[in-house]
Design a protein around this ligand. Structure first.
Ligand SMILES: Cc1ncc(C[n+]2csc(CCOP(=O)(O)OP(=O)(O)O)c2C)c(N)n1
Ligand SMILES: [Mg+2]
Length: 411
């Protein structure tokens, strides 16, 4: 009887490109700009299945804004977003060089993903709370957080607001609605849902925004968060940044093959969208839709942002070892900055001259912040927070035994 069957075997997904072999991006299953419907905000989660498998896009290849998601996006939001995206890219560029100069130990850039944080933050209120990963520095930059403070955190120097206790890029800026980044991937998803539930329990009107990468959706925390968000209709936006890679692991290994990450949300009873993450206008429109749902007590929305991690995972990674070195230039959703620039010029609210002038102004701003931060110490210079600070911030009042220990150490 057993002879009727072939031996069992497992399927191991493979990326459709490798070094020296051009990626076949047809697996992305794209839809044309303007073709996906925009439902009312009180849509039933089960009625979003088509939105979780399609792809919401507004900007076409010529820079036109098309379809129902294009309506009502203020030009001021686009112009602010353009500046914030440019500033993020310039900041990232300079910090990578800083790390190469051995002035800091580690850096994570967000090249190619700048639209997602910069657009979503403009759809939120200042009192809302984001629970980001290490690749959402664009949120801090769009909220005009001090670049000097950010760089001091990266340098773990005497002015590091986190006193050298966190890995560089693991920012924490409560006043900017930016929760402490957790190095344990996935945990921030549960925390975000809990924060949103607490906001509802207190009767506030503030909502939470949770962030996770494609790879980290494979963690059990992701599903725990979805269950709580669904059951209690927590006021939260559940962002999944699908940048196709988790270090050297292709997104299919986390479960993206022949399905979508947005589809997980529908299966859990959560309204879900799959959106072109390199289309600033679409990101803003989808974020505003989800924020409005949360604020009107209609529950959570999961949004999968389709984008591409254009740079290495971190300064410790060399992607040319596992994917074609020029992969990003073939990615069908392009570069978010170039696409918004094309659109803004087309509608007469940006120009090549303004682009150059703003870029130069922002470059000068980043350089000035870098010079100032460097004065407080770099990895090479050895100015680090005093060891005495390890006794601080644990208890409101320092207990006697800690005071004694500090005295014994003479610090
Ligand atoms: C719980 C946990 N497992 C593993 C790691 C190691 N790790 C750090 S980043 C990373 C890849 C994450 O990829 P993804 O979620 O797609 O985010 P991306 O880096 O693409 O933004 C891994 C596995 C970790 N930090 N935490
Ligand atoms: Mg990823």
């Amino acid at each position: 009887m057993n002879q009727a069957y072939q031996p069992l075997r497992l399927h191991v997904p493979e990326p459709s490109g490798r070094p020296g072999c051009k990626t076949d991006f047809s697996y992305l299953r794209l839809t044309d700009a303007g073709t996906v419907r925009k439902p009312p905000i009180d849509v039933e989660p089960s009625d979003t299945a088509d939105l979780a498998s399609g792809l919401i896009r507004v900007l076409d290849d010529q820079g036109n804004a098309l379809g129902p998601w294009a309506e009502g996006v203020p030009v001021e939001v686009l112009r602010k977003g353009m500046r914030a995206m440019l500033k993020t890219r310039i900041f990232d560029n300079r910090m990578v060089i800083f790390q190469r100069q051995k002035k800091m130990s580690f850096y994570v850039q967000s090249l190619g993903e700048e639209a997602i944080g910069t657009a979503q933050i403009q759809a939120l209120k200042a009192e809302d709370m984001c629970f980001p990963t290490y690749r959402q520095q664009s949120i801090l930059i769009a909220r005009d957080v001090s670049l000097v403070d950010m760089i001091c955190q990266l340098l773990s120097n005497e002015h590091d607001p986190l006193k050298g206790r966190q890995l560089p890029t693991m920012y924490s800026v409560r006043d900017a609605g930016f929760f402490s980044i957790s190095g344990n991937l996935g945990t921030q998803y549960v925390q975000a849902v809990g924060w949103g539930m607490a906001s509802a329990i207190k009767g506030d009107t503030n909502i939470a925004s949770a962030w996770i990468g494609d790879g980290a959706t494979a963690s059990s925390d992701f599903y725990n968060a979805l269950t709580f968000a669904h059951v209690y209709r927590a006021p939260v936006i559940l962002n999944v940044v699908n940048n196709q890679w988790a270090i050297s692991t292709f997104q299919a290994i986390a479960g993206g093959e022949a399905t979508t990450f947005a589809g997980r949300g529908v299966g859990c009873g959560i309204a879900s969208l799959r959106v072109d993450g390199n289309d600033f206008v679409a990101v803003y429109a989808a974020s505003a839709w989800a924020a409005e749902r949360a604020r009107r007590n209609l529950g959570p929305t999961l949004i999968e942002w389709v984008t591409y991690r254009a740079g290495p995972h971190s300064t410790s990674d060399d992607p040319s070892k596992y994917r074609p070195a020029d992969d990003w230039s073939h990615f069908p959703l392009g570069d978010p900055i170039a696409r918004l620039k094309q659109h803004l010029i087309k509608i007469g609210h940006w120009s090549e001259e303004e682009h150059s002038a703003v870029s130069a102004e922002l470059e000068a701003e980043v350089i000035a912040a870098q010079k100032q931060a460097e004065q407080y110490g770099t990895l090479a210079g050895g100015q680090i927070p005093s060891a005495a600070t390890i006794f601080e911030d644990v208890y409101k009042e320092m207990p006697e035994h800690l005071k004694r220990q500090r005295q014994e150490l003479g610090i």
